[in-house]
Design a protein around this ligand. Structure first.
Ligand code: G16
Length: 526
């Protein structure tokens, strides 16, 4: 076939370094950018196959999100804007690791297994973040897509946030039902919903509308600037780390703030002022403020989930007063794809990782019920208001994936409607002092976990050691798990005081280092 001939020729321009193997991880392939050219080309091929198979538009995003600037990565976006299925993650790994001379064989194997009709048309949307390597790597994706070229619609969006690409893929495949599949359509949909919601907040001063935003020196900063005019004067954004000078994610961004429990560089925080940080591709957000004693307070994904779910519960109580409403808490493995699937099991699923990655899902039935209630002539004023608020909240949320800009607007609207400050929000509950550390080991896969990654089943003896260390401290817990995006093991510890949490985290890190093949220097006390 002519198509395969072209693949064969073009793939020589994107050769695979012999012996290099990579795994499609928590959020796609992610490693140093210099290892990724062949991966990008091949993911272009795979996205085209996935599009032919599903008869839908598929997205390919070139980004490494929170990772350092030298890294890069790629992930595929399925038709409804969700992460690609586990089966296709397997194909991605299979294709990525095929040596140069067996690439066509592996490609044909996938076509055969999936019974793909190669004369079907294909449509692929490609986007990239602001990393220096993203320009040439996204070109490699485009080469891959176009080499399987017949009946192809290839749309290259250039610089976009990851959630914007998810949104556009979903809009395209729902034929505009979810919104208009353009960046402008995204700004319009979200800003209209935001302006409708904030109409319900009376007499806000300019100070109350003010939000300090750390753009992580990434794409989120650019897109926030683009969006500002759409928000009229209902939000006063003070942007720092906007990419004009600093390095991506360096001493700034959501991951830095969450892990360091400290303000990013370059942000001038007044006492009690609301601040937030995006990550490198703007799919995560954390909030924070400092109190009058100069003490830093983090409002992470757990706090965001609490704020949004208590707000939704309040509205639903006003709308459904006589009906039973249960709030269930469910834990999954790390990775939004796991949380997303769990959230889909409910009428309304609010999911957030502590690192600030999350969104809210409304089932079709729940959305239909809310739409019917909007039209119900028998509603009293309180109920009408609550239903309208719910409707606008649904429109403001990017249900395809966690989205820093959308989440930020939801949080700002909820705080405004409820007349809450950052301190009021923080007071909903008190976090135990905690600490997160990383340990480098020679092969992080030696750590295997169970119970939503809360217990380690291998290497032998590690969990027993953790259990006995935890017993030494008050109100303590500690978990270890291999990262899905970096070559490290993550350690989490909490206890009654910061000192205890730090000491437990250090002791557990040492246990990981000793029992799981640590490399480099032994972890030092904090
Ligand atoms: C990705 C995933 C998240 C996950 C994060 C960190 O986020 O989408 O679900 O929490 O990686 O994973 P880990 O701690 O295993 O390295 P992002 O924002 O980096 O794409």
């Amino acid at each position: 076939m002519a198509q395969f001939k072209e693949v064969s020729q073009k793939s020589k321009l994107h050769p695979k370094p012999e012996g290099l193997t990579l795994q499609y991880g928590t959020a796609g392939f992610r490693t140093h950018a210099k290892h990724l050219d062949h991966i990008m080309f091949r993911m272009g091929l795979l996205a085209t196959l996935r599009s032919k198979k599903t008869k839908s538009t598929i997205g390919v995003m070139v980004t490494a999100s929170h990772n350092p600037e030298e890294d890069n990565g790629v992930k595929l976006i399925d038709p409804m804007g969700e992460m690609v299925t586990a089966l296709w993650e397997g194909y991605a790994t299979q294709l990525a690791n095929a040596e140069q001379d067996s690439l066509l064989k592996e490609l044909k194997d996938i076509i055969e297994k999936e019974d793909i009709n190669m004369s079907e048309p294909a449509s692929v949307y490609v986007g990239k973040d602001t990393r220096p390597s993203s320009a040439s790597l996204s070109q490699a994706v485009l080469d891959g897509v176009s080499s399987l070229g017949a009946h192809l619609k290839l749309s290259y969006y250039g610089l976009v946030t990851t959630p914007q690409l998810h949104y556009m893929v979903c809009c395209c495949n729902t034929h505009g039902c979810y919104g208009s599949p353009t960046i402008e359509g995204y700004y319009q949909k979200l800003s209209q919903a935001f302006l409708q919601l904030t109409q319900n907040a009376l007499n806000r001063t300019d100070d109350q509308k003010r939000l300090l935003v750390d753009g992580a020196n990434g794409i989120g900063a650019l897109k926030m600037r683009e969006m500002e005019p759409f928000l009229r004067s209902e939000m006063q954004v003070v942007l720092s780390n906007d990419g004009s000078s600093g390095k991506l994610n360096h001493m700034c961004g959501a991951d830095y703030v969450k892990v360091q429990q400290n303000a990013p560089q370059g942000m001038n925080m007044g006492v009690g002022e609301r601040c937030c940080s995006f990550d490198g591709d703007a799919d995560r957000i954390v909030y924070y403020y400092t109190d009058s004693k100069g003490c830093f307070h983090l409002l992470d994904g757990d706090k965001i989930a609490t704020l949004i779910s208590t707000y939704l519960k309040e509205l639903l109580t006003q709308v459904l007063h006589h009906m039973l409403m249960a709030v269930t808490v469910c834990c999954t493995k790390t990775g939004v794809k796991h949380l997303h699937h769990a959230a889909q099991e409910y009428d309304i699923g609010v999911y957030f990782e502590a690192n600030g990655h999350g969104t809210v899902l409304f089932s079709k039935a729940a959305q239909k019920q809310i739409q019917d209630l909007v039209k119900d002539p028998n509603s009293n004023d309180e109920r009408k208001r609550a239903v309208k608020l719910l409707e606008s909240t649904i429109n403001l949320i990017n249900q395809t994936v966690g989205d820093a800009i959308s989440d930020m607007l939801v949080i700002e609207a909820v705080l405004a409607i409820r007349g809450m400050s950052a301190q009021d929000w923080d007071a909903i509950y008190t976090d135990l002092p905690n600490r997160q550390l990383k340990v480098t080991v020679s092969d992080r896969r030696v750590i295997d976990t169970t119970d939503a990654e809360r217990r380690a089943v291998s290497p032998e003896g590690l969990q027993d050691t953790i259990d006995s260390l935890v017993k030494k401290y008050k109100s303590a817990r500690s978990f270890v798990r291999p990262s899905g995006t970096e070559d490290v093991v993550r350690v989490y510890a909490e206890a009654d005081t910061q000192e205890s949490a730090d000491s437990l985290a250090h002791e557990v890190s040492l246990a990981v280092y000793r029992l799981a093949g640590g490399i480099g220097d032994e972890p030092k006390p904090l």
